[in-house]
Design a protein around this ligand. Sequence first.
Ligand SMILES: C[S@@+](CC[C@H](N)C(=O)[O-])C[C@H]1O[C@@H](n2cnc3c(N)ncnc32)[C@H](O)[C@@H]1O
Length: 105
Amino acid sequence: MEFGTYQGQSIVYAHHERELLKSNSQSLFGISQIYAFDSFAGTGGVVLEEEKGPFKNGDYSATSSEFESYLANKGVNPNSIQIYPGFFQNTLTSMIQEKNKKKIQ
Ligand SMILES: C[S@@+](CC[C@H](N)C(=O)[O-])C[C@H]1O[C@@H](n2cnc3c(N)ncnc32)[C@H](O)[C@@H]1O
């Protein structure tokens, strides 16, 4: 899970790590799903003025299509990543609810 993916550099590394672990049949560890959380609006917006530090509203913003293009250009199919667009306080809650619903069924 990555909270704050920006253009997707770390997600690309995570994807390649997942592929490497998959191809290593000796490995005890594996990554089944990669979750990407981002508002795609950059820094600021929901942060209190005094918590912003050196960042301005909109710094580090990459749109979701820029994110998906970056992945595709690096050979990563965006459909292989579970993307949660929106602010963490909303998307994390809905993801937990989805998971709990699946457990109950
Ligand atoms: C400094 S960048 C992250 C860089 C990234 N981890 C990397 O390795 O390239 C911060 C990211 O967090 C996202 N972000 C900041 N606050 C957020 C919030 N409350 N909810 C969702 N995304 C947020 C911004 O949109 C931005 O893409």
